[in-house]
Design a protein. Sequence first.
Length: 218
Amino acid sequence: MKIAINKAHFPVTVLGPGRRIGIWVQGCSIGCKGCVSQDTWSRDPGREMGVAQLLAWCRQTSASQLDGVTISGGEPFDQPQALAALLAGLAQWRSAEQLDFDILCYSGYALATLQKKHARLLAQLDALIPEPFVQARPLTQVWRGSANQPLVPLSERGRARYGAHVDALAQDADKRMQTMVDGDRVWYVGIPARGDMAALEASCAQRGLAFSQVSWRP
Ligand code: SF4
């Protein structure tokens, strides 16, 4: 089974509790206005990799020392079979090594749609952040881009770990963004506040650094 991936990273500390593996899938058919990850929108067979290969990378990179896995994108539920294979592999790893990491997944689909169409996939998650990003709604709660997006614990582990964060405010989080440099590419991981990316671009321009391409506009 293949899965189209934009990137993966460990440790991610701004999208869920603790030190996490972050997996961003490639391809999103939703197209929320103001999305900061427009580089993940196109379907790109060149970005496919084997789910088994991705799971091997997860085991190796984290050395099984992780608190959770966050799956984002892109739209994970646009690849339901690949997502099912990834979730099954993560569950198998967790139980074989008696680990206790949680699995959090983002989606731009409505919660009701996911419950109706993908109940089996939801049953394999510990927590879900559904609903599209709405630029006109403020960023208020931790790990969410707009106020319409709930944090939904889905398992016993999810309720224990995420219950206290359901209404937690983003402004109270220790850290909201991570920066990674890869050659001449810079990645930002996390949920920027409104205007943050424009402010960053302006501040870099003032110092003579211009971005040739950015993910927050076409
Ligand atoms: S915010 Fe998420 S669901 Fe919306 S367009 Fe961007 S990647 Fe797709």
